[in-house]
Ligand binder design. Structure first.
Ligand SMILES: *[C@@H]1O[C@H](CO)[C@@H](O)[C@H](O)[C@H]1NC(C)=O
Ligand SMILES: *[C@@H]1O[C@H](CO)[C@@H](O)[C@H](O)[C@H]1NC(C)=O
Ligand SMILES: *[C@@H]1O[C@H](CO)[C@@H](O)[C@H](O)[C@H]1NC(C)=O
Length: 241
């Protein structure tokens, strides 16, 4: 649908250009600029305003919610000091084939905790994001060129308000990942569960710290990639299509 709208747009422009003796303003898509960094925070961008949670989660930082020794779910905090530092791990070839993982270091001495998507037992399409000690899911990384925006894949991510047994049923915002399905009529179903906000997780550049001696983590394969300098300052209305 996007492709055909785009082609129509071009045809329309070409028609205009041919008919008009004065130069038309070219409709050039604009995208927010990025910088390069190995380390990044993840910032929540609610892609459908009216689905935002209350209090709003827009521009809050991805953090971790401790749920046991070496176990954590993925949550959010408005305070940058609680933002987890992430990096993509892999060789250049793994990056090229979309086979990297996304890691955050935990503990003292630091050990790797990989962003892992674990299928919800009751659902065909929904997975819950974990940040447990150990490997991350292959393919969780920053979208590559020619995608004009930088965001965590595979999409779609969703922020859901759920009660956690580990905290005696207290409610937390936790990050999930949802697979699209296409119905028999060709209609795309985004499958965002009721009460969840569809979000994009945007990388915001931050310094990837040096590791102390005796660390179990390694930054040898941390990949330098694009990220935004300050997500909350981006005025999305001025960009697109
Ligand atoms: C962030 O969300 C806004 C709507 O709130 C949307 O216009 C914009 O395209 C989103 N950014 C990205 C990179 O998807
Ligand atoms: C989450 O749900 C609980 C129970 O319905 C409610 O009290 C709380 O305000 C909700 N929090 C958010 C962020 O929506
Ligand atoms: C990081 O990537 C390298 C290269 O593929 C691999 O050897 C190493 O095990 C990875 N580390 C983690 C924590 O996944």
């Amino acid at each position: 649908m996007f492709a055909s709208a785009f082609v129509l747009g071009l045809v329309g422009l070409a028609g205009l250009a041919a008919a008009s003796p004065v130069p038309d303003l070219p409709v050039v898509p604009r995208y927010p600029g990025t910088a390069l960094s190995k380390g990044f925070h993840l910032v929540i961008n609610v892609t459908d305003d009216c689905k935002d949670l209350h209090p709003s989660i827009q521009n809050t930082y991805v953090t971790s919610i401790h749920t046991g020794a070496g176990l954590a779910l993925v949550g959010n905090s408005p305070q940058p000091q609680y933002a987890r530092i992430f990096y993509q791990n892999g060789t250049a070839e793994e990056k090229r084939f979309g086979a990297v993982t996304t890691i955050s270091d935990s503990g003292t001495p630091p050990f790797p905790s990989g962003l892992k998507l674990v299928k919800d037992p009751a659902s065909e399409t929904v997975s819950t994001a974990h940040l447990d000690a150990g490997l991350g899911s292959e393919g969780v990384g920053i979208a590559a060129f020619p995608e004009p925006y930088a965001f965590l894949t595979p999409e779609t991510y969703a922020a859901c308000n759920e009660s956690l047994p580990y905290y005696q049923g207290r409610y937390f915002v936790i990050i999930k990942q949802v697979k699209l399905t296409v119905g028999e009529n060709g209609r795309v179903n985004r499958n965002i569960p009721e009460g969840c906000a569809p979000v994009r997780l945007l990388p915001e550049c931050t310094h990837l710290n040096d590791l102390p001696k005796g660390s179990y983590s390694s930054h040898e394969f941390a990949i330098e990639d694009r990220c935004y300098k300050d997500v909350k300052s981006i005025k999305w209305g001025g960009y697109g299509p």
